[in-house]
Design a binder for this molecule. Sequence first.
Ligand code: GCW
Length: 836
Amino acid sequence: MQLFTFFAIFGLALAETGIDGWLRYAPLPSSISWPSVPKHIVVLNTTKTSPVYTAGLELQRGIQSILGQDCHLSNGKPDESIIVGTLDAYVATYGNLTQAVDLKEDGYWLSTENNVVQIIGQNERGALYGAVEYLSMLAQANFSSVAYASNPDAPIRWVNQWDNLDGSIERGYGGASIFFANGTIVNDLTRVAEYARLLASVGINAIVINNVNANASILSPQNIDGVGRIADTMRPYGVQIGLSLYFASPTSGVQGQANLTTFDPLDSSVIAWWGNVTDQIYERIPDMAGYLVKANSEGQPGPITYNRTLSQGANLFAKALQPHGGRVLFRAFVYNQLNESDWRADRANAAVDFFKPLDGQFDDNVVVQIKYGPIDFQVREPASPLFANLFHTNTAIELEVTQEYLGQQTHLVYLPPLWDTVLGFDMRIDNETSLVRDIIAGRTFNRSSGGYAAVVNVGTNQTWLGSHLSMSNFYAYGRLAWNPAEDTTKIHEDWTRLTFGLDQNVVDTITNMAIESWPAYENYSGNLGIQTLTDILYTHFGPDPQSQDNNGWGQWTRADHTTIGMDRTVSNGTGYAGTYPPEIAAMYENIEMTPDNLLLWFHHVNYTQKLKSGKTVIQHFYDAHYAGADTAQTFAPQWQSLEGKIDSQRFDEQLYRLKYQAGHSLVWRDAIVDFYHNISGIADEHGRVGNHPYRIEAEDMTLNGYKTYAVSPFETASNYHAVVTSDNSTTGSVSTTLHFKSGTYDVGVNFYDMYGGVSKYEMLINNKTIATWAGDSEDYLGHTPSIYLDGHSARRTTFTDIAVKEGDILEIVGTPNGIEPAPLDYVVFLPKGVID
Ligand code: GCW
């Protein structure tokens, strides 16, 4: 008996690391019967670096794994075969297809009719896309007879990696770079090939491998050759390479390149320098995709440094690339520091201010890459108005798969429904339907190019992104870049089947969690369009609402004792609403017409302002934060209901994260509601805020070797205080007599898990140990850590079903380690069904 049947029959779940993502090709369960599938694969290209050849191997591997059937690669006989190749190769070998098919660049034709499977690409990578689509059908036990052409919505379907040459990744939460270490390209490119396979399987055709905050040394001859090795590794998957450029490279003393005294984009020596470097790159990588440039943004140099325009800067690279057929993706993320005391100042206006006057001045091989919203990957933003202000310029949308402001892969947040609010947004240009997805595809303004870029930031972690469930965002990104009209729930169901199997309960449960996740995160992190109320000055992870204001970054909330929100109206505010086409501008200008979920984005109102729901703004804040955290409590139990249906490794790893999220969502909830309660002085109608009958504050217990500590920001500690050990080397304890009714409780402990130490804790009742834990999440979670007691390090761990009698003595013993003084915030005794 073959191994695969053995495991299929007994339904055993082998441990899986997640490294294959959605390309596991799990054997179909023996309960399913299927019609026969051709045993021959005809590969119409035998060059080993060809994506067509890769497609043949992938079909062989997939069919063997999914169906347990060996296929032979052969050429010639078309009957009862799977034929994979380009349309040209097909026609040359067999003559015309019986049907006329309309294939666009990268598209494919897939037919499974009449015992022949035709997988015909418009080009080589199209054939690979078709092959993976066919395998995706088989892996989902879909044996229906199909015959259709599939074409991508837009030519640019890129991913960006923010990898630094030292191997770190800016905003990466899945480990170190798979591309770089120690200033150069790594030797072992095994993971790079595996990444290319994942990218190709969802239709991604290019990758920019280095951080947009770029380092000039990527352009040394040695590194160009290393990038060439990466290109060689990804080429069989049809994934082209792009590079992020440092605008001032000509003056950076790049090893092996001339060093200039200027980087002025109009200076002839600079033009020659870039021409020369570009020629060197194309000599090594003839099919290089192009460049990505972040200029005059967040301290980066750019053309404005020399009083040149951004388009002159972009065209410098465009002209160097033009003879080679390459493109420049030029980022629209350009803004200046601002002064909040200026009521009309608004960072959200920056992109339109900078780029609209330049419309028509960009070369044809420039694509302006625009973040989905005007600020920065927030939990909710209106669609960037720049999409509706460039009529003679190619544009692409920039999304973030890496969850920078959205829980950093330790919170489950399925992002496509958020992306959909922008891709499907109708700008009403000239009072006609003008969806963002049509604009970036080039259809609306008849542009030559455009499309999609997403910052993915996979790392060396076996799960790629750090979390198994976050891979749904990566998968769905590719699917949406191919077809942005697809239903995001259906995409998730496909991903779940491919990742966790065909059990309907598994598919429904995980998809349900996914669909609930973004609304929940929005509810507990920042609702009504106020943005993700995270610490924008430090880790972008936990809550810190006041970090938004009183600085030059322009992510302001303008919250004071009575009012909150940014007035972005034309009549009285920053004028931002007026940067949209008239119908949309009118909607956002008018508070009655502005949707509640963007109210505070566009209007500055009293906390007592009534929403369309009839609630006040402040009561909505309270209710939403409670509702969001409540939903987050359900994710771990939903996941646990699937125990035995998912292999233990992935099950346990994900469960750890979901439990962490349950605790951290409460940290978020309490911090935000306490902060606004404190600033507004308005009570919660339901009496929850500031009222915690089931908690015992650590600072109220008897402290032995512990001292009280005032936490900052104050709202990230219950009652604003925590306790820490008196010094960093001596064990301490806190104790108290319990006055809860005798019974069984879930006992939650809030503590701070800082980076730079693994404190140990022991909880005892009447001198009997009932739980031990450690502040060791830095070993398990990849989010940006904190060295302080704050909203990033605050966590809750919960021990279920603890028997307690009135009068019992509770003691927690904390042993500090490193810089971590075993910090404790509070203990909470939860009767069943209570979340305090
Ligand atoms: O979102 C911000 C990030 C920076 C990033 C920048 C950008 C690469 O916090 O880490 O820099 O945007 O997009 O350029």
